[in-house]
Each structure stands twice: as structure tokens, then as C-alpha cells.
Design a binder for this molecule. Sequence first.
Ligand code: PMP
Length: 429
Amino acid sequence: MSRSEELFQKAQLSIPGGVNSPVRAFNGVGGSPIFIERAEGAYMFDADGKRYIDYVGSWGPMILGHNNPAVLDATIAAAQRGLSFGTPTEVEITMAEKIKDIVPSIEKVRMVNSGTEATMTAIRLARGYTKRDKILKFEGNYHGHADALLVKAGSGALTLGVPNSPGIPEDFAKHTLTVDYNNIDSVKAIFEEVGDQIACIIVEPVAGNMNCIPPVPGFLEGLREICDQYGSILIFDEVMSGFRAAPGGAQERYGVTPDLTTLGKVIGGGMPVGAFGGKKEVMGYIAPTGPVYQAGTLSGNPVAMSAGLAALSQLNKPGLYDQLYARVDQLLDGMQALADEAGIPFTTNRAGSMFGFFFTTDKQVTTYQQATQCNMEHFRRFYHLMLEQGVYLAPSAFEGGFMSAAHSEQDINDTLAAAAKAFAALAAE
Ligand code: PMP
């Protein structure tokens, strides 16, 4: 038995399912999860000392690779000055200014501790500001696990097949309207019915929780128009796509400006951080300037802010994004060629440093239905064949992949060599 298997058995005795977040349990691919001991650059090392090329990057934050020296130094230096004060600190101002600088639609920003907190508060703010109760989300989009948002959700909820969780009163869920992603007609239809009661549309502008599905041309633009027409707030949940789809997120990549943006993952540099921000006028409704309440004992924590700031401060390094995009192209074009050669039905999606691959005969995947109808058996087999060869992919067909600045051309070539063997094995079955 491997050390990871031993640890997993032990973990299950005292932690539900042995994990502190569901997708880590490998339910989507079967088998025992890998316990990681340390990570460096593009690599993670497990409890048995095996090395993996990592395409999960802690589910998105590690855009610079693991243990980035400047992030590590800033974190240690901040920790030495004190772990938490519960008072304002100067680093919070620097962080807010940095976020505003990178994401110009954000005029004011509030820091929180997770993506879940960010989206939960953004919809409360939208409801408070518009004095409306209904919200609109998309099937297969995941916005964290707040009650109102765990309706037809993606990510672990989709992997486990429980997109509507027990424990959420019907009275809450009934305010959450759900329509098809990338289908602007379905949005128009529901707005024609109840548009004057809808506080906000919340959307992943690049969907990353039903695998990776970029917006089709006109989709985000259509959402903007509809929100303007009906006086609803447009929230881009860029917890995943922020700093990844482009430096300024999906809103920069696709040229559509939301009213509110939620952020997470990359802004913490690996520490637990989230944020929501946007138009001054709307943000003015949040406490203490406004009546919509939100607070946090550890919000804007100095160690977390220092880590995040050190990460964000490196993103303007010349050529960094070009390299990220080039590596994604190298990986996905390479995988497509290998799958074609092996005769395995396969296609890929990409948006900046986010990517996804699908075992399907469809040439392009743009919908939730397509993503959920892929060949799961092929995915599971491929997953374990890659894992055995030291390539760590997200352990679910409903999660995307993440490239980091630490991935070298050689890492991609090594990954493709492993993929060649995996596709050949699938073809031989
Ligand atoms: N929104 C999106 C788009 C996400 O991908 C996630 C997490 N994967 C969240 C919100 C929730 O963030 P957290 O897990 O930090 O609560």
C-alpha cells in the first residue's frame, strides 16, 4: 500500500470522506487521492516521494508556479511582523490600488477570505442595491457554496451528482433562476417574464467548473445589454478567470464590462483570499458606508495581503502571459494531434491560461449538455494513465486545467510523451 493510500484510510476516520473539499477525494476518477508533501515550480511531490507535473495549481492560484520565491519572502516577512491585527493596515490600500489598476471596472474593492464569501456578498449587495430578490445563474456554473448559489451548480457538486444540495430551503432556492450557459435566448426569455424582479445575473465569464467552456461570441455582450435594459446588476464571477483569461480577466479578454466582479484564487498567491468590487455607486451600499452588511475577522489579513500582492506584482513581467498562452497552445495542440493519431474522439478548449479537454465526437464544446455527455470512461482511464506517469490533472471531467509560468517547454513535451502512451493504451482497449 502506498503512503498516500495509508494516509487516505487514516484521514477517513476523522475527516468526512478524508478530505476538506469534496473533489479532492477522487470521486470523479475513482481510486485513492494523492497526498502532497511539498511543491516547487511546476511540480508537486507526494507522500511517497513521486514527482508530478501539476496542471491544477491549487485549483488556480498558482499562476507563477509553486513556492514562488518573492511570494514566499513577502509572506514570511509579513508573518514576522504579526499574523493579524483586526485593524486597518497600509498593505490593504496597496492591494486595493493594485486590483483597481489591473481590473479597471473595479472602482472600489472589499477583501474577503474566499471566493464563496465574495460571490455571496456580491449577490447580497446586488439585491440590496436593486431592492429585488431574484437572481439569475447558469446551469453548470459554480460560484462557491452559499445557499442561493448552490442551485444547479458545477464543480464538485456536478462531479458528485448533487448540484442541488439538501439543506437549502426551497424558500431560498426559489429565488435562484437557472438558464443555459452560452444561450442568450434563454436569458432573454426569462427576463421577458420576470426581468423587473431580477437583481442580478451572476456568470462565470469563462466557465471553469463544467470543464473549461469559453463564452460564445455575443453571449457576454448580450448579458450586458439585458442588464442595462432591465436595471439589473451584471456580476462577473472571475474567481477563476481573473488574472488568467487575460491579465485583467475575462472582462479584458472579451471587452465586456460588468458592474461587479468577484475575485479569488490568484489574488491570494496561495493564501485564503477573495474580493468583490466594482462601480463606486454600488459599492457605496456596503457597510459601513451603506446598509448592506458584510464583515470579516480575518478579512484583509496582512500576511494574506502580502502574499497576494507579491503575486500580483509579478504579473506585469514582460512576456509572462505570452508564454502562458504559448504553453497552453503547445499542450492542447499536441494532445489533439496525438488523440487524432490514436483515433480517440477528443477536443479542447482554451481561454488564456485556463484550458480543458473533452473525450467527445463533437468538434467544439460550448454547452453544459455537451460537457456532461462526454465519454467519462475514457476520461477516467486517461486520468489514471497520466497520473501513473507523473502528470497531475484535475481529478474530474468537470474541472478545467491551469498553466503556470513555471511550466517549461520540456515539461509540456514530457506531458505529451505521457499522453501519447495514454492515448495508445485507450486505443488498444
Ligand atoms: N467562483 C468560481 C468561479 C470558482 O471557481 C470558485 C472555486 N472554484 C468559487 C467561486 C468559490 O471559491 P472558494 O472555493 O474560494 O470559496
